[in-house]
Design a protein around this ligand. Structure first.
Ligand SMILES: [Zn+2]
Length: 624
């Protein structure tokens, strides 16, 4: 069942609204076990917590700021006098109660990544209004000039909230364990469309003073605040099916829509596996190329990089991934970021099950086999402590969490059989729907509802080893693909000197190329690289996955002719997964490569989202 909070009521009947929210939506629980303590928030939700955020903001593209007010509904202990929010560089004008009476507030010492605590003296107020604007360099917001869009006429704004960036434009308690409902009214200049990750109440917008347009949104389900997302630009929409469609710039829409035409089948497959899709619509937004990720699972509106559109549907597993997050991540959410594998590992497993239903066993095997390759690579690259699924606080759950987590779930599936595993996983999502979850909480649930005291099964699964210890347990299941075994043969032929033109690569898709380019010997002579490049057109490939893997190989051999390709590629694409390895490869070449990396980055950083800028800065200056 879905329900709708009338947005106008919460604006016009301020005193009635808290009771209304209380009646409609019971606040989602806060976990209080020590492992659920989020060290990346300043909030103290057991004392006072935000239950609803209402945003009334206008986008100012000239100043690159969002400006207006946020009205927060607060649930607090009887007698609690203050609430602590997260604030990363917000410019606050004033804070009042619902009647407009000024409240005192202070901003504490600021930390570069966490931002600062914003403490508001509530008195008896349980609704507060924060008048503020974001800063032009707000870390969640990518303000793109027209030159970085497909249409080249209008600027573009999009947000990326995960993990702790939304506190740079939304004053709230920015922790995945503190779920909140939200609503928003967003005013944009004439000719722009605003979309958000909730129900779009006014898809065309309403004309307001000065020819501007206002768009209203509502998210009636409690969500972790990192899932509040916005984009504003010259956007058009194309329906894909009864509950799905795609937004993109008009110049992009016709090209990308056909590659997304399996979306409804994916939703049906996901529901068949693990229960109803609870978010209403599943629309997608294709962003300009600076978007830092492959996709972001913003509810009702997945954000997608344009790099997945290679004309052959070879990368729509990203869509399956973001859709799967509608269960693992958005419905059942990691309570803290060190539990990130509960979002990403579950999703990487689930996505592959969707792929299998929609595209068949061999296609799923190709993707799982590539995921195994990535896992092996990450096990080698990561320090041991970072290869635990549940990383220590302060440690970053990286890409390894995706593939090791998925392999763990696949290993359980093989041990207990699909029928029993699927029944368990479906019931798990139902039991914990709209709630945060910790690693210990999942293990307790697994033992109670699947293992059920079966000592032999416990010994076979090794759950604690998988989750709390580094490396890969010996029971890990590796899915092997026949398609990629053929690519391995081509790789062997390269090693024995066969010319590249004879390898039969003409029908390869993204995954075959990844297997091939990542599997070749890391050291190759320049003549060999030149032969591969000229036969396979690697330096000019329009497939960004191919280009990235090729550049890593070529740069690792200081293959000078590839530098022009890197100079063209890196400033144009902002997706971390594809450009960070190339920067890393350059930096690894010391005096030869690092100056090249620095030069390219100096020219490219203005094209990147702040998330990408800081990721690349860390590659260039690991100590900083
Ligand atoms: Zn994900």
């Amino acid at each position: 069942m879905r329900y709708l909070i009338p947005a106008l009521l919460s604006l016009s009947a301020l005193t009635v609204a808290p009771a209304l929210h209380a009646a409609l939506a019971k606040p989602s629980p806060i976990l209080t076990t020590p492992d659920a303590l989020d060290t990346q928030t300043y909030a103290r939700p057991q004392v006072a917590r935000v239950t609803h955020v209402d945003l009334d903001l206008a986008a100012d593209f000239d100043a690159k700021v969002m400006r207006g007010k946020a009205t927060l509904d607060i649930l607090a202990l009887r007698g609690a006098r203050e609430i602590v929010l997260d604030d990363k560089g917000l410019v606050i004008e004033k804070i009042t109660d619902a009647r407009g009476k000024a409240l005192t507030w202070t901003v504490g010492a600021s930390d570069e990544t966490k931002g600062a605590p914003l403490t508001v003296q509530l008195g008896t107020a349980r609704k507060i209004v924060i008048h503020y604007s974001s800063k032009p360099d707000a870390s969640a917001l990518g303000w793109l000039p027209p030159s970085l869009t497909a249409g080249k006429q209008k600027p573009f704004l999009y947000s990326q909230g995960q993990a702790i960036e939304n506190r740079s434009w939304v004053p709230t308690q920015d922790s995945p364990g503190i779920r909140q409902t939200w609503s928003a009214s967003i005013t944009v200049p004439e000719g722009f469309v605003a979309v958000m990750s909730g129900e779009r109440l006014t898809p065309q917008g309403e004309v307001v003073a000065g020819g501007k347009r206002r768009f209203r949104f509502s998210m009636p389900h409690p969500v972790p605040p990192y899932l509040i997302a916005i984009a504003i630009g010259d956007l058009a929409f194309k329906p894909l099916g009864p509950r799905s469609g795609v937004y993109a710039e008009p110049e992009t829409l016709a090209r990308v829509a056909p590659e997304l035409d399996d979306t409804e089948r994916m939703i049906d497959a996901a529901e068949k596996l693990y229960g109803p899709y609870r978010w209403g619509r599943f629309d997608m937004l294709v962003l300009p190329p600076s978007f830092p990720y492959g996709g972001m699972e913003n509810p009702t509106l997945t954000f997608l990089t344009p790099t997945i559109f290679t004309g052959d549907k070879a990368n729509v597993d990203v869509v399956a991934h973001e859709l799967a997050h509608s269960w693992s991540g958005n419905l059942v959410t990691n309570a803290t970021w060190p539990d990130g594998w509960l979002n990403e590992g579950f999703t990487t497993y689930f996505e592959n099950r969707i792929d299998e239903i929609v595209y068949g066993t061999e296609r799923a095997a190709v993707l799982a086999d590539i995921s195994w390759d990535e896992l092996q690579r990450d096990l080698k690259l990561s320090k041991p402590s970072a290869t635990k699924l549940r990383v220590d606080p302060g440690e970053e759950a990286g890409e390894l969490a995706y593939n090791k987590g998925a392999t763990f779930l696949r290993t359980i599936e093989r041990a207990v059989g699909r029928e029993r595993w699927d029944a368990y996983l479906r019931s798990y999502f139902d039991r914990h729907a709209f709630q945060p979850q910790t690693t210990a909480g999942f293990l307790a649930d697994l033992r109670k509802n699947l293992i059920k005291g079966d000592a032999a099964l416990e010994a076979q699964l090794l759950p604690d080893r998988w989750v709390y210890e580094p490396g890969l347990p010996g029971n890990a299941v590796h899915v092997k693909s026949q398609t990629l075994a053929q690519v391995d043969l081509a790789m062997e032929r390269v090693k024995s000197g066969a010319p590249a033109a004879s390898l039969g690569f003409e029908k390869w898709g993204t995954q075959e190329w990844q297997r091939f380019l990542n599997g070749l010997p890391r050291e190759l002579p320049a003549e060999r690289l030149a032969d591969l490049d000229s036969a396979m057109k690697l330096s000019t490939s329009s497939n960004a996955y191919v280009r990235s893997a090729w550049l890593v190989l070529a740069i690792g051999n200081r293959y000078q002719p590839a530098i022009a390709s890197a100079e063209e590629f890196l400033p144009r694409v902002g997706r971390n997964l594809l450009i960070r390895p190339v920067y890393r490869a350059l930096v690894a070449q010391g005096n030869w490569g690092k100056p090249i990396a620095e030069r390219i980055f100096a020219g490219a950083r203005g094209n990147y989202h702040p998330v990408t800028v800081s990721a690349i800065e860390r590659v260039l200056n690991p100590a900083a």
